[in-house]
Design a protein around this ligand. Sequence first.
Ligand code: 6PG
Length: 234
Amino acid sequence: MLAEEFSFKANQIIGSKGNLNVALSGGNTPKLLFEILAAGYKTKIDWSKINFYWVDERCVPPDSAESNFKMTNDELLKKVNVPDMNIHRMRGEVNPETEAESYSVQLSENLPSENNIPVFDIIFLGMGKDGHTASIFPGQLNLFDVNEACSASENPQTHQKRITLTGKVINNADYIYFLVTGKDKSEVIRKIIERLQDYDLYPAAHVNPVGGSLNWYIDDAAAELFTKVKNQMR
Ligand code: 6PG
């Protein structure tokens, strides 16, 4: 379903404006979507019209098994022949503050903006079991208020340095797709979607597009604790 939705939306946007600016998250969840897209949508989308950016990156080299770029390149970009010039990698091997600044400049130069904030056509987000999204972790909600488009951050559990889009850029997107799978996220998802208890401590709860749309794609395991109609992710 999500692969089909992306294909439809991508073709619609490319048809109307000639290109598409998308920001991808990393981690494990998107791998299934990338596999489906690479296997079944190679000729259904004009991949040469899509500019690929990242929502966040771990501060590791691009050939590291932890690199979001490496995962995306291996699972999707190499398989659908995206031109190198369309791949706008967050450089995990560079000082995070330096790269956050450089990436912010890239976004302001390459993307349209609204309210002086870059606008992505589509952003794919994941969520950690601690309710983090992008690389905005609990206790870092200030990253939803800063004016910089990108920031350095740190995973408080592993102390791994990160680079991340900030909340204002995320919430400025036209279409946000949240992909969440796994039983270990069901309690946080329920609290966020049903606005229960301490839901606003979770960064994922602060994803509220200013003018765009927010679409949750949740598998049965992650959805088991809440009563709402379950979206299937294929
Ligand atoms: C990252 C991601 C991050 C991810 C969540 C969920 O760099 O890890 O961008 O925000 O979306 O941590 O990760 P999983 O999909 O592996 O559960």
